[in-house]
Design a protein around this ligand. Sequence first.
Ligand code: SF4
Length: 178
Amino acid sequence: MVIKMFKPDALYCEKNIENYELGKELLEKYKDVPKIIIDNHNNIEEMRKKQNTEFPKMKRNLIIGVRKTHKFVENHKTSDYLVPYTSSGCTAMCMYCYLVCNYNKCAYLRLFVNREEMLNKIIKTAEKSEKELVFEIGSNSDLILENTITNNLVWTIENFANNPKRKTYFSNQVPHGR
Ligand code: SF4
């Protein structure tokens, strides 16, 4: 079986992504893909105006920016915290996925290049805690799928392995039909 890797139709990029290692990597990887510069990954007017019928086409784009909100949300079910991490949305279109119901038009994949900042916050929170913690890093995306584009799952594991507080856990609860 031949697995076809995702190649976006266009990149919607915030201006400053080239200041980050991952931003540079993605710009190089997709150097032959058309680019549209945006002010804010959260508010792309062109996308907001599109009809719902354009949903599959919108999924063919990649949005790349810097995550500004880093608030951990306490969670008393599957983890200690829901953590905003390296992506939001997804390139796939599983009919049962709760992302589609909750985010509708912005369920396309947004990638955040400031991954060092996000992982550092997790490590610092773990260091301050007296108990072992579980951080859910996949509640609004699918890091396994994202990894095929960014290698962020591998990057996270490798960088986390260097942390002395390794007994903190990650959870990648992908949004399958929740
Ligand atoms: S997040 Fe998971 S369930 Fe949802 S569309 Fe992507 S692959 Fe499918």
